[in-house]
Structure formats: C-alpha cells, structure tokens
Design a protein around this ligand. Sequence first.
Ligand code: NAD
Length: 497
Amino acid sequence: MTAAAQTNTTQLLIGNRWSDAAGGATYADANPATGGPLAGVAEATREDVDRAVRAARAAFETGKWASMAASRRAKIVYRMAQLIAERAGELALMEVRDNGKPIATAKGELGAIVDCFEFYAGAATKNYGDTLPAPMPGYVAYTVREPLGVVGAIVPWNFPLLLASWKVAPALAAGCTIVLKPAPSTPLTALALGKIALEAGLPEGVLNIVTGSGADLGQWIVEHPGIDKIAFTGSTATGKRVAAAAAATLKRVTLELGGKSPSIVFDDAEIDAAVAGALYGIFYNAGQTCEARSRLLVHEGIYDRFVGAFKERAQRLRLGNPEDPATQIGAITMPEQMEKIRMYCELGESEGAKRLFGGVPAHLGDGLERGLFWNATAFEALPSHRIAREEIFGPVVSIVRFKDEAEAIALANDCEYGLSATVWSQNVGRVNRVARSLRSGTVAINTPYAVFPGVPFGGFKQSGYGRELGFETMRLYSETKSVLTYIGVKPVDPFGA
Ligand code: NAD
C-alpha cells in the first residue's frame, strides 16, 4: 500500500480477509498538516467487533498459533520485522501524512518498530517456565507459560504504528491472537501492518484489525466476553474507564497512560547537553508524547543562564512541513488537540505563569495554510499552576525553579503521574540517589529519552500499570500453569480409602 493510494477507502481485516464494515459506513481521515483528505476509513460496528473476536477466538482455540513450535512463530514475527524494514520509507511517509509528525521522527520510529519485532521474535523461544523445588517428597513440579488468549489491543494516535507494535509483537510472540483497534484519526499504518502480517504468513484470524470510534468500538472490545486481555495505551481518564469495564469479565489489563514527566537540571549539570536534551524532551513529536518532559525543574543557581540558553536555542528549532527532512516540529494531530493546547496556554496566562515564548498557533504557507501547527511554548510557572500539573500533550513546557536536591525530588514526585523522568547532573552519587527517590517507571540520566526494546517501559501511579517493551512483557501475555506429577510408588491416599 503506498501513501499515495491512501485516498482510497480502507477495509477491516478479519479472519485474514479484508472486508467493508457491516453497513458499509466510512469516515474521513485527513492530513493534519494540509487539511487534505487521505482516506475514507471503514467505520466498524459492534457486529464487526463480534466477527473479529470470533475469528481471533477460533484462531486461538484451534491452537494453530498458540501450539505452533515457538521457533516457527518466532520466524513469522521476524519476517514481519524484515517486511517492515523493507517498507520503512513508505510506512514512515504514511505515518507522517496521517499523524503530522516530521519525517525524520517517523523514520526513527520505523527503526524502533523493526527492533521491537526483532526483540520479540527472539523472546518467543525463551518464554520459559521453571522447574520447582519438590513441594513434597515424591513430587515433581514445573510451570509452563501458556498464551493468555485473545488480546484486545487499543492504541492512541501519537505513535500509531510504534505503540501498536509494542502490543502486537509480544502478543504474537507469546502465542496470543489479537483484535487491534488503532485510534480513529491515525488508522493507516495499523492497516499496513495487517497487510504485512498476511504476507509474513500469519495464520487465519491471528491478527484482526477494526477501525472506528473509541467510545463505541473500544468500549465493546473492553467489555467483550470473548476477549481475555486488554492492552491499552491512552489517556488516564479513558484508562480508568477501561479498567472498570474490564473488571466485569475479569480481563487481564495493562494500562500505559498519561504523564507529566520532569526534567531535573542540577547546578552541576553539563549545561549545553541539558539544554539540548530538555528541548528535545518536550518538543520531540510536538510534545504529543506520553513521556514528554513537560515539567522542567531548574536549580536556582543556574536558572537564569539555563533558561536564557533554552529560550535562545528554542527559537532555532525548525517548525514546518512534516515531509521536509529538516523539520523538527511538525503538525498537531487533531483539531481537538489544538484546542486543548490553546486552552492550557490561555489558562497559563490567566493563572499568572510568565510566558517566555510561543503560546500561539503557527500559520504556515505553501499549501499548509489549513494545517494544525503550534509554536514551541514555554512558561515560567509555579508548581501549583495547572499548566505545571496537568498533561497538555502539546509543545508546551512549564519551567519551575528549585533550591536543593530535596526540593527537586519533592517537586518531581508531587504529581499524580509517574511515567518518566530525566536527571541532569555530573555527580554520580546524586544521579543515583535521585533516580532511586523518583516515583517514576523510567529514569533517564543525562539523556532526554531512554526507550528501547528490552528495557521495560510503563508507569507508576496514574500513569498506569504493566510494562511494555521488556522481556517481562511476555509474562503479561501468558498465564502460568503449574504442573505437579506424583512419582512415588505408594498411592496418594490421604483418606486411606
Ligand atoms: P484516548 O484515551 O482518548 O484514546 C486512546 C485509544 O482508546 C483510542 O484508540 C481511542 O479510540 C480508544 N478509546 C476511547 N474511548 C474508549 C473507551 N471508552 N474504551 C476503550 N477504548 C477507548 O487517548 P488519546 O488522546 O488517543 O492519546 C493520548 C493519551 O495517550 C495521552 O494521555 C498520552 O499520555 C497517552 N499515551 C500514553 C503512552 C504510554 O505508553 N504511557 C503512550 C502514548 C500515549
């Protein structure tokens, strides 16, 4: 599927066949940088979800995938990695057009997606159980990791293919079958992944893809009695609804939710590196990143120097056409998101935060007049300001001053989220002390981002539960079965019967 072909109408992937939604409805998917149409997307109904679950259930129950030799499953997952790598250029462009992110960012993601599939292809053959110490004389006990079942994978719009791959790759590797629902505004690369899965030889019904609304389809996936686990990435508000709805059928749930992650700059930091890293930490992907370092905590001793350099270098960031390889800040993905960013910038002004730069939309020419662009924005804020506490999910950073290590830790932890953090300091004792004190799923030291396959990623507190990307993630797509064998000569006969 080429990016150019995306003006076509898309279909659903159910049971290895492409089909229209029941009733044939579609909705329009647009390019956020130009406002131009990209595709008519099949608007699935609950009936379509039922079909997808039946296909996934049947694929699971026949055992064709779950009982396949793990080494064979691994080869298919690895083949998917190879096909993604071969098409990385066209997939990156498709993502850019659907999401508005810069092409350089999308290409980086494609590399990470290939790495993710390769990592889990390797993990497929290593989902070991344990041989247990004999619980009593005459017994042999061991555990096996069995595939969990049918997984409902629900992903947001900010990293559409990347976050789908964080779920699809380990679920496949573990032997699960899947109903994948991409975000309504960015469905195209998930559908392209469906084509790749078929080409890679995935058996019928193992990966099913339904497109459409979250509130309706997503909710039905979460409630559906035919699904065993929900792997959800999205906002904390929706995550809470998902956890509550999944409880009715006792589904296993992993939740990757929101964040308000701090970047903490101490007075013994390498300032140049910290400025560059803090800029990347917030303005990468236009701040539409769950782990965006949207709180910048700066020691008072270097505050003026740091903030001066931060402001000066922010002006040099290149905001523009996402398809231009030089662009560093692309479009905001959805009009609703533009409005949310506008609301928070106005709120920041009204609650007394000092705007350092930005705070307004960017108006571009050359065919991008209808595009959704927001200028890189920074406020000097107090920890109590809502812009310094709530997730904005845009290119807006709140800078807060601190006086010592204890206050930095207290400020960083004074937040309902706990997804990620960065510590900037050259003092090895301090970075390790602070890393251990932060209530955060990931702590990066002297680097803005630290997200790699093999390194568990996920949240503390209201940033969710469960981990993606790690080897331990395989356990979240498996059930542990304990097998006990009696090998004694005398029968087990406690009743003496
Ligand atoms: P969202 O919660 O609105 O939607 C996420 C997905 O859930 C979409 O596919 C949506 O259609 C679906 N959905 C909506 N309502 C649903 C319901 N009632 N039941 C089931 N599914 C439903 O989030 P969003 O705006 O698409 O994404 C942005 C949010 O995602 C931010 O809060 C961000 O921090 C978070 N996020 C977290 C991570 C992470 O790994 N922790 C990564 C990326 C994004």
